[in-house]
Ligand binder design. Structure first.
Ligand code: BGP
Length: 461
């Protein structure tokens, strides 16, 4: 075997509650911002497919967990939906939701699949958004109560907890770039959302440590290594600034307990710092994570700013650098994302050298492809060779990082079965398992799923 992995390596996949459960308003669940946005603007979703039309994990989890076994999983990440567990955001816990999540966790454990549970995957309950969402301190308190309820209810069995998935995404998509509800474009408000999310995270970590729950707690961050166009000083400075805004802004407080000083200085100079209350920095500083999840899809390429923005233009991070399209870059045309496998190694070495060699795992990495049906073979399953290659090429670099001492504990592909990808709905398919929307959401293991089983069984390839 050319690429053996360490013993007890986690092989599995990641998914999320809002993207898989379905049963959107069933058994007491109430709307999240996704259900609400879909109710007012269904045309914003690819082919008008909304969050109630996901893969129906809510009813099919038992069969799906059998398919996880068939595809080599020893671990699986999903998220609890706040809007299902505590439908009014605060107060009464929904017993039907407790029952559902208990069953999922128990079924995973009974099949020797370690549950990795995330508490928040872009899915603010609508009633909490009405109170101001992450701009409101009241929502931080409500989130911490929700997190405590999860630790109390499921902490006797779940050993790996995550406070947030990609917390920078709601900051960018909902408060800066006009992609997700509530479609605000305002850096100052985005900075408040970011800071409040980090405070909510740190307070949840604190609550976890005070509880009797088993195990470890961390956060899942999407890291996008930031590469300069050239070795020129100006290009390198531009890449460094992008790195501060898009990586270190979250990575530093959750691992080192403090914001990068350079970033604070930039924001202070522009009078864009959020209000920081007395205990905020203390709770951040006292609660570093145990374990980091790294979602890696693509790097960011940057060059020095060519034309400065007018002084009165409302601030955006892109006023400090230009993005750069590298000649000859490879992209996944379906998603438009660059494919650059070696960047995963750069992340690993950075964590080794600058983040106390923190234990981490690759918590998402995957390839979304449109129109996969055309690769169906005579036996009726999809031959997604490109996905196998994609995973292999990334794993080669993960392997090298491990050889060189990075503390990587596992690899989770995004995702287990084709699922609902937010506004892209079912446009791009990512699964090891196909979900046939035309035929009762039937599941069929793809070639990549069969290969993934061998990968996990051999612990390498
Ligand atoms: C990550 C999210 C996932 C998933 C994935 C694929 O950012 O954590 O929820 O959706 O990206 O991206 P997309 O669905 O936008 O193609």
């Amino acid at each position: 075997m050319d690429y053996p992995f360490p013993e007890k390596f986690w092989w599995g996949s990641a998914a999320s509650g809002p993207q898989t459960e379905g049963a959107a308003l069933m058994d007491g669940r109430k709307q999240s911002i996704w259900d609400y946005w879909y109710s007012i603007e269904p045309e914003s979703f690819h082919n008008g497919v909304g969050p109630e039309q996901t893969s129906d994990f809510y009813h099919r989890f038992k069969d799906d967990i059998q398919l996880m076994k068939e595809t080599g999983h020893n671990s699986f990440r999903t998220s609890i939906q706040w809007s299902r567990l505590i439908p009014d955001g605060t107060g009464q816990v929904n017993e039907k939701a407790v029952d559902f999540y208990n069953q999922v966790i128990d079924e995973l454990l009974a099949n020797d699949i370690e549950p990795f549970i995330n508490l928040y995957h872009f899915d603010m309950p609508m009633c909490m958004q009405e109170k101001g969402g992450w701009e409101s301190r009241e929502v931080i308190d409500a989130y911490v109560q929700y997190a405590k309820a999860c630790f109390r209810l499921f902490g006797d069995r779940v050993k790996y907890w995550f406070t947030f998935n990609e917390p920078i995404v709601p900051v960018e998509a909902s408060y800066l770039y006009n992609l997700h509800y509530p479609h605000i474009v305002d850096f100052k408000r985005a900075a408040v959302v970011a800071h409040h999310t980090i405070v909510a995270h740190a307070r949840a970590v604190e609550a976890f440590k005070e509880s009797n729950a088993l195990g470890q707690i961390g956060i899942i961050l999407n890291l996008t290594p930031s590469y300069p166009r050239s070795e020129d000083k100006e290009d390198r400075a531009a890449a460094h600034i992008a790195d501060l805004f898009f990586n270190r802004s979250f990575l530093d407080p959750v691992t080192k307990g403090e914001y990068p000083l350079e970033l604070v200085d930039i924001l202070a100079e522009k009078e864009l710092l959020p209000i920081v209350e007395a205990d905020d920095l203390e709770v951040i500083s006292n609660n570093p994570i145990d374990l980091l999840g790294v979602n890696y899809y693509q790097p960011r390429r940057v060059k020095a700013k060519e034309n400065p923005e007018p002084d009165n233009a409302p601030f955006m991070p892109e006023h400090l650098f230009d993005s750069y399209i590298m000649p000859g870059r490879r992209i996944n045309p379906h998603r438009g994302w660059e494919i650059a496998e070696e960047a995963v190694y750069d992340i690993m070495i950075d964590l080794r050298d600058h983040y106390r060699n923190i234990p981490f795992f690759i918590s998402e990495n995957g390839m979304g492809v449109e129109g996969e049906e055309k690769f169906r073979n005579e036996e009726g399953y999809i031959e997604d060779e490109y996905r196998i290659e994609f995973v292999k090429e990334h794993l080669k670099w993960v392997h090298k990082g491990i050889q060189e001492g990075a503390n990587c504990l596992g690899y989770h592909i995004w995702t287990f079965m084709d699922n609902w990808s937010w506004a892209n709905a079912y446009k791009n398919r990512y699964g090891l398992v196909e979900v046939d929307l035309k035929n009762g959401r039937n599941r069929t293991v793809k070639k990549s799923g069969k290969w993934y089983k061998l990968l996990a069984e051999n612990n390498g390839f």
